[in-house]
Design a protein around this ligand. Structure first.
Ligand code: WTA
Length: 685
C-alpha cells in the first residue's frame, strides 16, 4: 500500500514534504468483534433501515430528524440553504437557544438529577454533584452578571481560559443563554497563545480561574492573564475586564496580583446576583454558538465558528445514537473541554440529552493508573470516552488495574488518533471487561461531531478502523488527480465528505477565504456551482477503505502533527523557535512515540559563528513552551550545521523525519548539500 504525496500546485496549496500519513504504521486488517445481545437490547439505534432512509438521494431532509431532538421557539422554514457555497446554512428561519436545550427543558423531569459530576484531582477533595436545578441557578446568576456587570450581549465574543472544573460548562452555558459567543482556550496553552486568540476574536472580556490541580500540584493559572492581555495589546486589542473564578471558593489561590479596575473575582461578584434569572435569548439557528481555535497549515491558529442550531442538533443526535446515551446513564468523557471533543461530548451533547456528565480535573494516571477506575466505580459510570494516548498510558502504568474495581461499561469510545489494534484489544478486554462495545470515532474540530464510526448496535467492531460514515455522512476517497478511488479498494488517498452536514463549522472567524481554500478548493468541481454535489469537504487526512466499507484513518496529509491527540501546526512550533534570536532556521517533524502517538522533533540551525550548546537547546525548548504551551515541547532540539536542502533552497523535512524515525532517508544525492545528512544523523542519535 502506498500513499501518494499531494502534488505541488501553484499558489496556496503547498507541497507537503512529509506527512503523518506517509510515516503512518500500516496495520493489517483485523477480525471483527460483535456487540453483546445485552447491549443491543437496550440501544437507542438498532434499525438497519436507517442507512436507506439516510441515503444521499434523501439529503438533506433526513437531517430534520437531528433537529427534531431539540426544542425550538420557532421551527425552521428551510432545512438547508445552499445559495452561497460552501457557506451552508442549516435550519434557516428557526429560533433556538442552546442553554435552554441543555438546562431549562430538563427541569420538569430531571430537576434533581445530577447534570455534572465534578471530580477534583485531589482524592481528599469531595466530588461535587451539580443537579440540573443547581446548574439552572448558577448559569442564570452568571448570565445576569455577564450581561449587567460586563455589558455583554448576543454576538459579542468572550475568551475563556479555564481548566476542567464545573465552572467551565457553567460559564459556557451562561454565554449561550445570552447568545454571547464563547471561545474556550485549552488551559494548557500559554498566556501568549491565549492572548493571540483573545485579539483574533476581539474579546473584551477574558474569563479564567486562579489555579487548578495537575499531577498533584496546584498550578498558578491566573499568572497567564497578564501575558495574554499584553499579547493582545501588541495587536492593538484591549481587554476591559478579566473575571477570575476561585478554584477554592472564598480563597484566592494565585500568587499573581489582581489588576485594579480590570480583574474581578467572580465568586465575590456573584453575591450581588443571587436569585437573578434571565430568559434565554431566542436566537437564529444560524447565529454562532462558539469559536474553537485549531491548528492548520499556517502559523496562525484559525477560529472555527460553530452555529447554534445545526451544531446542537448534530451533537445531540450523535450523542444519542453513536454514544448511546440515555438520560439514566452516567457518562464520562475524559477529554478536556478546551478541545472540541469536550465541547461536543462533555458539555453540549450529553447535557442536551439530560445525561449526567463527568468533568474530571486531573491526570488519568495520577496518583496511579487505578484512578479512572475508582472514579468509574464510585459514580457508576457506564459510558466511557477517551483517547488512544490515555489508553496507552493506562495500559503501560496499570495493565491489571481495571480488574480490581467494580464498574461496568456498556459502551466505550476512542477518539483523536488512530488506535493500534493491540491497544484496542486491551481496551476491549481489560477496560471494557469484554462487555462494552467500542466506537472508534473519526472527526475534527471543524466538523462539530463524529463523521466516521460504527453504529454500536448495528455494526461489528474492527480494531484499528473507524468504520463507515455515520448515518447521513457520505465519505469518499480521492487521489491527488481528483479521481475517486473505487470504494473498498484498500488504496490510500484523501478522505472527503460528499455532502454538507449540520454540525460542520460555518466559516473561519474573519477569514472566509481560508475556509474555502483550505477545505473546498482542491476538490471543488466548479467554483461557480450552487450544487452542493460539486463541493466535497476535504478533511486533510489520508485514509483507506476496506472491502467491508470501513475507513481506516492514516494521519494528516498537511503540516499538522497530532501529538497525544492534540493538533499542533508544525509552522506554529517553527515560528516559536524562530523567536529565539540565535535561531535562523527551524524545521519540525513528527516522530512515532509508543504512548503519545506522535511527538515533535525540532531541528534548528544557528546564526553563523554561533556554536551549538545545551544551553541554547534548552532556551529554544523553553521558547516553544512559552509561545504555545507544554504540549508542544519538542522531544529533542537538534542543532544542525545546516538543513538538508533542495537546490532551490527548500528544507527537506522528509529527510529529517526519516532520520528522527530511524528510517532510511532514501536517495539524497539530488540535495544541494547531501554531505550534511550524515552529520545530522550523527547529531540526532
Ligand atoms: C485525527 C479531534 C484516527 C485526524 C476530534 C483528524 C483521528 C484530527 C481520529 C482532528 C480517529 C481524530 N482515528 N485519527 N478516530 N479522530 N483523528 O481537530 O488526523 O483535534 O484530522 O479533532 O485528529 O483533530 P481535532
Amino acid at each position: 500500500m502506498t500513499f501518494t504525496k499531494p502534488r505541488r500546485q501553484a499558489g496556496k496549496q503547498q507541497e507537503t514534504e512529509v506527512s503523518e500519513a506517509q510515516i503512518a504504521v500500516h496495520w493489517q486488517e483485523e477480525g471483527y468483534f460483535a456487540p453483546t445481545k445485552k447491549f443491543i437490547a437496550q440501544a437507542n439505534l438498532t434499525d438497519k433501515k436507517i442507512f436507506r432512509r439516510f441515503s444521499l438521494e434523501k439529503f438533506p431532509g433526513y437531517f430534520e430528524e437531528f433537529a427534531a431532538l431539540l426544542d425550538w421557539y420557532q421551527k425552521w422554514d428551510k432545512t438547508l440553504d445552499t445559495s452561497k457555497p460552501p457557506f451552508w446554512r442549516w435550519f434557516v428561519g428557526g429560533k433556538i437557544n442552546a442553554c435552554h436545550n441543555c438546562v431549562d427543558r430538563h427541569l420538569p423531569k430531571h430537576r434533581n438529577k445530577t447534570a455534572i459530576h465534578f471530580v477534583p484531582e485531589p482524592e481528599s477533595e469531595a466530588i461535587q454533584h451539580v443537579t440540573y436545578q443547581e446548574l439552572f441557578v448558577r448559569v442564570n446568576e452568571l448570565a445576569v452578571l455577564l450581561r449587567d456587570f460586563c455589558g455583554l450581549k448576543a454576538g459579542d465574543r468572550v475568551t475563556l481560559h479555564m481548566p476542567m472544573v464545573a465552572e467551565l460548562p457553567i460559564t459556557m452555558l451562561a454565554c449561550a443563554r445570552l447568545g454571547v459567543i464563547h471561545s474556550q482556550v485549552f488551559s494548557g496553552f500559554s498566556g501568549k497563545a491565549c492572548g493571540e486568540r483573545v485579539s483574533d476574536s476581539e474579546s473584551r472580556v477574558l474569563i479564567t480561574m486562579d489555579a487548578y490541580y495537575r499531577a498533584g500540584t496546584l498550578l498558578d493559572h491566573k499568572g497567564k492573564v497578564d501575558i495574554a492581555v499584553a499579547e493582545a495589546a501588541k495587536d492593538g486589542h484591549k481587554v476591559d475586564k478579566v473575571l477570575v473564578w476561585q478554584r477554592h471558593p472564598g480563597k484566592y489561590s494565585s500568587p499573581t496580583k489582581l489588576v485594579e479596575g480590570r480583574d474581578f473575582i467572580v465568586n465575590d461578584l456573584l453575591a450581588k446576583y443571587r436569585g437573578k434569572r434571565v430568559t434565554p435569548a431566542k436566537l437564529p439557528a444560524e447565529a454562532p454558538l462558539f469559536l474553537m481555535y485549531t491548528s492548520g497549515t499556517t502559523g496562525r491558529p484559525k477560529g472555527c465558528q460553530h452555529s447554534i442550531g445545526g451544531y446542537l442538533a448534530y451533537v445531540t443526535w450523535t450523542s444519542k445514537n453513536i454514544q448511546d446515551i440515555h438520560p439514566e446513564d452516567v457518562y464520562w468523557c475524559m477529554a478536556d473541554i478546551g478541545w472540541i471533543t469536550g465541547h461536543s461530548y462533555i458539555v453540549y451533547g450529553p447535557l442536551a440529552l439530560a445525561a449526567s456528565s463527568v468533568v474530571f480535573e486531573g491526570v488519568p494516571t495520577h496518583p496511579d493508573a487505578g484512578r479512572p477506575w475508582r472514579i468509574a466505580e464510585e459514580l457508576g459510570v457506564n459510558i466511557f470516552h477517551t483517547s488512544p494516548t490515555a489508553i496507552r498510558a493506562l495500559r503501560r502504568d496499570g495493565p491489571d488495574e481495571p480488574a480490581k474495581y467494580n464498574y461496568h461499561f456498556k459502551h466505550m469510545t476512542t477518539v483523536g488518533e488512530p488506535i493500534e489494534p493491540a491497544v484496542w484489544k486491551w481496551y476491549h478486554k481489560v477496560v471494557g471487561k469484554g462487555e462494552a462495545v467500542i466506537v472508534d470515532t473519526w472527526w475534527q474540530t471543524e466538523n462539530g461531531g463524529f463523521l466516521c464510526s460504527t453504529v454500536p448496535a448495528i455494526h461489528k467492531m474492527k480494531p484499528g478502523s473507524a468504520g463507515p460514515g455515520i448515518p447521513g455522512i457520505h465519505p469518499v476517497i480521492y487521489d491527488d488527480e481528483v479521481k475517486e478511488l473505487v470504494a473498498g479498494s484498500g488504496k490510500a488517498g484523501n478522505i472527503c465528505i460528499r455532502n454538507p452536514w449540520p454540525g460542520s463549522f460555518q466559516t473561519i472567524w474573519k477569514d472566509p477565504d481560508r475556509y474555502v481554500s483550505q477545505y473546498y478548493k482542491r476538490y471543488c468541481r466548479n467554483p461557480k456551482s450552487k450544487d452542493w454535489r460539486d463541493w466535497p469537504y476535504m478533511a486533510g487526512d489520508g485514509a483507506v477503505q476496506a472491502k467491508d466499507g470501513y475507513y481506516r484513518i492514516l494521519g494528516r496529509i498537511d503540516d499538522v502533527i497530532n501529538v497525544a491527540g492534540h493538533r499542533l501546526g508544525t509552522k506554529e512550533i517553527e515560528s516559536a523557535a524562530l523567536v529565539v534570536p540565535e535561531v535562523v532556521e527551524a524545521a519540525v517533524v513528527p516522530v512515532a512515540d509508543p504512548i503519545k502517538g506522535k511527538v515533535p522533533d525540532l531541528y534548528v540551525s544557528l546564526k553563523p559563528g554561533l556554536n551549538a550548546s545545551e544551553e541554547i537547546a534548552k532556551k529554544i525548548s523553553a521558547a516553544v513552551v512559552s509561545e504555545i504551551g507544554a504540549i508542544a515541547r519538542p522531544r529533542h532540539v537538534i542543532i544542525v550545521p545546516d538543513m538538508p536542502k533542495t537546490r532551490s533552497g527548500k528544507i527537506m523535512r522528509r529527510v529529517l523525519a526519516a532520520i528522527s524515525n530511524r528510517q532510511d532517508p532514501g536517495d539524497v544525492s539530488t540535495l544541494a548539500n547531501p554531505e550534511v545528512v550524515d552529520k545530522i544523523k550523527a547529531l540526532a542519535k
